[in-house]
Design a protein around this ligand. Sequence first.
Ligand SMILES: *Cc1c(COP(=O)(O)O)cnc(C)c1O
Length: 401
Amino acid sequence: MSTQAETQLAVEGGPPVRNDLLPYGGQTIREDDINAVADVLRSDWLTTGPMVDAFEKDFAAFVGAEEAVAVSNGTAALHAAMHAVGVGPGDEVIVPTLTFAATANSVVFQGGTPVFADVRPDTLLIDPEDVAKKITERTKIIVGVDYAGQPCRYDELRQLADAHDLVLHDDACHAIGAEFNGRPVGALADFNTFSFHPVKNMTTGEGGMITTDDAEAARRMREFRNHGITTTHHERSEQGSWFYEMPDLGYNYRLTDFQCALGRSQLAKVPEWTERRQAIAAQYDEAFASLDGIQPLHMREDATCAYHLYVVQLNLDALSVDRSTVFDALRAEGIGVNVHYIPVHYHPFYRKRFDTKEGLCPNAEAAYERILTLPVFPRMTDGDVRDTVNAVEKVMAAYRA
Ligand SMILES: *Cc1c(COP(=O)(O)O)cnc(C)c1O
């Protein structure tokens, strides 16, 4: 980057750092993943078969939980957990506003009220002090979201939950493979929910999981994913029986056997992929340490991060432009940056239904103006990482205040 032409931003007509757009995330599918799916397609059971149990057992063992319940996606996992706890009209569930909308939506599905808590400005994780302020007589659950892949303060959140007799829930969709105080994500809260969407750290196409040590809650969630019916098709077939009952209303939230086979095959690779994500993040950290235009998320000593996302906050005082200009400039350089997330309380649905307003969560609102997600996924090459660093350095230099 020496000549005038090379440093001219692509957005202003200069040559881009790369010609093809590097996405911010994406799945890794290997030959053995494909074979695992094909084997199930050749078997008798495409759904409610033995692969569901096998995936649940593998997953429970991986995170060190007693029970794992497989469902059709991460949103269904959240919904099933809200059902198992018995959330209903009049109940409040505290959720961070800086998350994917589904975290809060799952409360609304059950007729409950999501109460939005603010995040800490450095980690963008739910702020236990703000949670404490938002607990009322009607609060039933505290939900932490392990934003970007870093576990929340489950020590402080646990204290709050115990003191007020509340259930603790970890929306761990970003964080499979991470740890807090040496304990794996998936065993940190009473309910822990995962998504296996292709952009997440492992995939089943669509898919989700809930982990818990509560066997009765697990039974209720298995019923809930199967129309509220007590036995599955497989169980009735084994017992030679036609009888079943529907004690409660449920949904069809089942995960197929071929997806579960893919899940088992993918789960085995999570440790290797987490290391690769962490190595990419370390390269970014080192490169950005000397750039005053951006600030990576603060990572705590007592936790490891699964780096579902690599999020930076722009230092707007050091820049002459806003986030959307930086976003457009990086996209033009061939770097598929993204923004995670629009605070949920900003969405028109929440404004209309729950009268949420700007000012409700000042830290999340300020962060929203400054956050950018940079590419991180295991298939990224070191060349892809260098392209991202070069593009960020080029754009920061051009827009220095
Ligand atoms: C992806 C995600 C969800 C929803 O998962 P789906 O499988 O897409 O339904 C919920 N919460 C968070 C934090 C997520 O990242």
